[in-house]
Unconditional design. Sequence first.
Length: 243
Amino acid sequence: MIPPDHPRYRSLLVRERLSACAREGIVALEGLAAHGRAEAFDYLIGETTTNTARLAARTAAALILQASAPVLSVNGNTAALAARECADLQEVTGITVEVNLFHRTEERLAKITDLLERHGVRVLGGTPERLVPLSHDRALCLPGGIGAADLVLVPLEDGDRCAALRAMGKTVVTIDLNPLSRTARTANLTIVDELTRALPLVSEAYSAMTVDEAAALAVGLDNHYLLQAAITEIIRGLERALD
Ligand code: PTJ
């Protein structure tokens, strides 16, 4: 039982949720390590959404609006942390949701699909094929989902698959607190923010966005600038902490 007056109450609740989901087989054990790394970066950016991340979230909404077949690729951590936010994004944007795992087993796919559906997500079904140019089971995806997508939103992704999706000609948007990660640097667009803060911002921006605004944001997209700005914000935060 975590006392609600604990200064790190929210963070501890999230850890508890992820550990419970790991015990249930929804989150991979490796997902706990990934979360720990993200927590460290969240500390460094002040556990808040920066102006740059807001711009990146609005740009993500713009790219989704412009896409003809956008897909949200959900892994174990994303389902455990943000099933409700995924449902909201799908409700607002109509985005297709596919469960696609790094540590893939049929049992985890079924458990994650069930969790998402209990939160109102319509999860794409079908028979996976080896369409992503990667070895082993990470090549598997649904022909009518990621296989046919022109844009894939892949939060908390690994760099290899991000690069493989780009090699397939897809626009890749990611959410990653680590602006130095290979995924962050390989994606077309990176939102350097915590997943549960970022997804609602994308939904909110999408509902208020006009076609003209979307076009302007898409033309202005410069991921190198967004990553540099995120790193600068981390450095400024550290300097303030030393004052
Ligand atoms: O469920 P599976 O089998 O698909 O596996 C999922 C994990 C996350 C284990 C797998 O994709 C993996 O190993 O990912 P990486 O290579 O550790 O990359 C995950 C990235 O997401 C890291 O750069 C983390 O900093 C970042 N990250 C983790 N949690 C969050 C996050 N970024 C934003 N918000 C978070 N909550």
